[in-house]
Design a protein around this ligand. Sequence first.
Ligand code: A2P
Length: 317
Amino acid sequence: MKTYTLSNGDQMPALGLGTWKSEPGEVYKAIRTAISVGYKHFDCAYIYQNETEIGAALSDAIMTGEVNREELWITSKLWNTHHRQTDVKECLNVTLKALQLDYLDLYLVHWPVAHKKDVIFPQDGNSLVSLRDIPLEETWKGMEEVQKAGLVKHIGVANFSAKKIAQVNQSASQRIEVNQVELHPLLQQKDLLDFCRKEEVILTAYSPLGSRDRIPQMKAEDEPDLFEIPTVKAIAENHNCSPAQVLVAWAINRDTVVIPKSTNEARLKQNLKAANIQLSTDEMNKISNLDKHFRYVTGAFFALPGSDYTLANLWDE
Ligand code: A2P
C-alpha cells in the first residue's frame, strides 16, 4: 500500500475505509471484514453516529491479535458544536471512548462552520454561530492542545479552502497537515491540490465514488453518475476492472488519500485492490479533462438565511 509521509516521519496509508453512511447494525461486520482483507486505515467522525460500533470492531480485532493498534491509522473529526477552544477535548473524548482508543492518528476540524453547542444539525440561521464569534484560529488552538496532550498524533481540517488554510496557518504553532475535501473526476479542485502540495498539506478525497447512498434530502434530482462516465467506463474496460476501481486508482495516482465507503465484502476487496492499479499518463490526461467543478455535497445545509454562512463564503469561490 502506498503511503504519504508526514512531517514527523509517520506514514499515512493512501487508501482508507470511509464510514460515513455505514449504518449501525452493519458497520461492525464491515470493519471486521475490512481488517481481515487488509485495510489498515479507517476514516471516522463523531457526527456519523456509528463510532461505538466501529470501536467494538477495532477492539475485537486487536484483542484477537488480528491487527496491532500501531499498524492502524484511525482518523476522526471534531463536530461543529465543539469549536470553542475549551470544548475540543470534550468532543474528542467522546470519540476516543466510543472507538475504545487512547489516541487517534489524525483529528480533523470537520467543517469551517460553528453551531450552538446544543444543536447537532442546524435547522435555521439561529442554530449557527458566526466565525466572527468563534474564529477558526480559536478552534485550531484547541486542536493544538489535544495534540500536545498526546491524544492525537496529527491534526488537520476538512472542507477548508486554500484561503482558510492560509488564514489558520498564519497564527498556528502546528501547521495543518491534512485537508479532507470532496474529490472525484467531476470535482478535481486542481488549484487546491497545487496549493496543498506547496504547503505540504496532504489532501484526502471524500465521496470519491459520488456517495450514491446519501439520504434523499442531500441529493439533487439529476445528479451525474460517476460510474456511467464513458471515459471512466472505457478505462475500466481497458484494465478489466470496475468504474469504481478506476475512480479509486485515479485518486491515488494523483497523490491524494482516498476513502471509499463500503459495507459489502466484495466491494471492500475490490476497492482495496484498486490501490494498486496504475493508470497511464494518457488515461490520467483523459480523466483530467472531465472536470466540471460539480459537488455532490454542496454544503447548502449550512447556508441558512439569518446566519453569516453562504455557499460563497463556505467554499471561498
Ligand atoms: P456499498 O456500501 O453497498 O458497497 P462514497 O465512497 O463516494 O461515499 O460512495 C459510497 C457508495 O458507493 C455506497 O453506496 C457504496 O455501497 C458504493 N460502493 C462502494 N464501493 C463500490 C464499488 N466498488 N462498486 C460499486 N459501488 C460501490
